[in-house]
Every structure is written in structure tokens, then in C-alpha cells.
Design a protein around this ligand. Structure first.
Ligand code: NAP
Ligand code: GLV
Length: 311
């Protein structure tokens, strides 16, 4: 049998991944495309955000292992067989990277560092009142692998943290809740809201004009999940009106973000090119190996996606 690495990787990344995977799975045959005559050998596909249709014509497929944490792209791909288990990437190293990005965004907002950077561009010397972390309430939407790690990091850094998820997962030191009332309580209390929800039919367009109006006036939005969670026109209007004080955006509905998009030059937007938590081949290959060996040995697979929930 063989493993297909289905990706959009260029030659360099492909070589890095091939080395990392072959290093932990030396006994496996790794193909980087379903070469003619060998498609019937492929029983595992590793999917790194591949182009739609990449999983078509693989009759022996028994596992699709995403190399990304978010799987909405794969779930929308009609070449993903309905009866083949789909596992997503869950890697503590990736969660830690996300926590670093969130900590940077929260600290920069809390201490006004984005404002000071803007002042520097104007050669303007002006100080603002310094606040303690425990004066700042941060809300984290989504308390899964990423959200929980982020919330715990922020608690450790001294912030007051509220969290929201479908099942109100308890997180030490975090005031957690579920449902509309808990969401309203979080949105009206937090001065920084971090989005770490998965993109599903229930969360697409989550930050529309109505929801942005529920945030505290002047609150900051930190979107580290998916661009389609945010209605861009609504966020731009809320920024211009002062309802949202600053937005830190790492993900966009269309990536790369088009050069003409107003986010690029908006003074209240800090942009990252979808790098909040990149999959690290060194640790992710170990996660992949765990599931490959489980499949080969007939043991339960880890991190399976619940397709009815969409994550
Ligand atoms: P996860 O472990 O599946 O956690 C998802 C969390 O969201 C869970 O707590 C879940 O609640 C909650 N949730 C889902 N739908 C909800 C809804 N409708 N209302 C309220 N809560 C809801 O996912 P993860 O690994 O933390 O990753 C989260 C997302 O981060 C990914 O899907 C991806 O989009 C994004 N991501 C971005 C980057 C980047 O570089 N920007 C990197 C990796 C991941 P329950 O626990 O109660 O089910
Ligand atoms: C990146 O955005 C991921 O979902 O892993």
C-alpha cells in the first residue's frame, strides 16, 4: 500500500515534508502524486490544503489525514469520499505557536504597542497610561485545541479570560460558557475578542454587523481562525465608526489577500499572512505517523472529524 501526499507545496516544502515523513515512516511508500497505474495502491492520503478534486480516483482509500487543523476546505471538496475517516491535525507544537501569536496580539493591544508603532511612523512622541494585565478582559471564542491553549496562556500572563464554546468546556482559571446568553456576556465584557472557532455552516459570517455591534465600543477583534468568519464590509464599517478599535487579522476569505483590499492600508488593521500557527513538519510528521500506525494495526484513529458538526 502507499501514502499520497496531496498538497499545493512547491519543490522546497515538498522535499521538507517528504524527508520528515519518510524519517518517521521509513517502511511506508510515499507518493507525491497519484502516478498512473499506482492510484489503486494508495490507502492513506495526507491532505495539505490540496486543490479541490485531489482525492478523486483512489479506490483503496481508508484514511484522509489533514495536515491542517481546519478542515472546512476538505469537507467542501466533493472528491472526499463520504465513508472514509477524516482526521485533522492536532499538534501541541501548533497549539503553542497559536498561543504565541495570541499573546503577541493581546500584549500589543493591552500596552498600546500598535498605537506606538503608528506614532513612530508620524515621529510623534506621546505616552499613554500603562495598565496592568489584570485590568484587561479577553474573550476567547472556541475552546478546542487552540482556544484552550490560548486561554491558558493568557491566564498565565495575568489577564482576565472568558471563553465560549458549544459545550462550555471547563478551562482552569477561565470563566467559560455556552449559548447565546454567555456569548452576549463575553462580547459585552471583553475588550479583546479572539476568534478560534472552526469554519462551519454555523460560524460562517459570525462577525456580521449585528454581532460586531454587541462588542464593547472600541473593543479589538483578533481573528486567528478563518477569514469567512468575518463579514469584511461590516468590520470595515465598525472600524471606521470606532465601534471596533483595532483588528488583528491573520486569515482572509480570499488568500493571498488581493493587493487592492482596504485591509492592507487601514490604520486600525494589523495584518498577518495566515501564519498564526503553521504546521511544523518536524512535529506534525509524528502525529501523522501515530495515525498511520494505528490504521495499519487496526487500532482507533485519533482526532477524527465529526462530519455532522463540521469540525
Ligand atoms: P477544535 O479543537 O475543533 O475546537 C473548536 C472549538 O470551537 C471547540 O471548542 C468547539 O466547541 C467550538 N465550536 C465549534 N462550533 C461552535 C459554535 N457554533 N459555537 C460555539 N463554539 C463552537 O479546533 P482547533 O484545533 O482549536 O482550531 C480552531 C480553528 O483554528 C481551526 O478550525 C482553524 O480554522 C483555525 N486555525 C487557524 C490557524 C492559523 O494559522 N490561522 C492554524 C490552525 C488552526 P466544543 O468543544 O464544545 O465542540
Ligand atoms: C491553518 O490554518 C490550519 O488550519 O492548520
Amino acid at each position: 500500500m502507499a501514502i499520497l501526499l496531496a498538497s499545493r507545496f512547491g519543490a522546497h516544502d515538498l522535499a521538507v515534508w517528504r524527508d520528515a515523513l519518510q524519517g518517521v515512516l521509513p517502511e511506508e511508500t510515499l507518493l507525491t502524486e497519484p502516478v498512473a497505474g499506482r492510484a489503486h495502491e494508495i490507502d492513506i492520503a495526507l491532505a495539505a490544503n490540496p486543490p479541490a478534486g485531489a482525492l478523486r480516483g483512489l479506490p483503496a482509500l481508508r484514511l484522509v489525514q489533514s495536515l491542517w487543523a481546519g478542515v472546512e476546505g476538505l469537507l467542501a471538496d466533493r472528491s472526499l469520499p463520504a465513508d472514509v475517516p477524516l482526521a485533522r491535525m492536532v499538534d501541541p507544537a501548533m497549539n503553542a505557536a497559536m498561543a504565541e501569536t495570541a499573546a503577541w496580539a493581546v500584549l500589543s493591544l493591552h500596552r498600546g504597542f500598535f498605537d506606538y508603532a503608528a506614532q513612530q511612523r508620524e515621529a510623534r512622541w506621546q505616552t499613554h497610561r500603562q495598565r496592568r494585565a489584570d485590568e484587561v478582559c479577553v474573550g476567547v471564542l472556541g475552546l478546542g485545541e487552540m482556544g484552550r491553549t490560548v486561554a491558558l496562556r493568557l491566564v498565565r500572563d495575568g489577564y482576565r479570560v472568558m471563553g465560549w464554546s458549544t459545550r462550555a468546556a471547563p478551562v482552569a482559571g477561565v470563566h467559560t460558557g455556552a449559548g447565546e446568553a454567555a456569548l452576549n456576556a463575553l462580547l459585552s465584557a471583553a475588550e479583546i475578542v479572539i476568534n478560534l472557532l472552526p469554519l462551519t455552516p454555523a460560524t460562517r459570517g459570525f462577525f456580521d454587523a449585528r454581532r460586531l455591534a454587541q462588542l464593547r465600543p472600541g473593543a479589538a477583534l483578533v481573528n486567528l481562525a478563518r477569514g469567512a468568519h468575518v463579514v469584511d464590509e461590516a468590520l470595515l464599517a465598525a472600524l471606521d465608526a470606532g465601534q471596533i478599535g483595532h483588528a488583528v487579522l491573520d486569515a482572509f476569505e480570499h488568500e493571498p489577500l488581493p493587493a487592492a483590499h482596504p485591509y492592507w492600508s487601514h490604520p486600525k488593521v494589523t495584518l498577518l499572512p495566515h501564519v498564526a500557527a503553521q504546521t511544523d513538519p518536524r512535529s506534525a510528521a509524528q502525529v501523522v505517523a501515530g495515525n498511520v500506525r494505528a490504521l495499519r494495526a487496526g487500532r482507533p484513529l485519533a482526532h477524527l472529524v465529526d462530519r455532522s458538526r463540521g469540525y
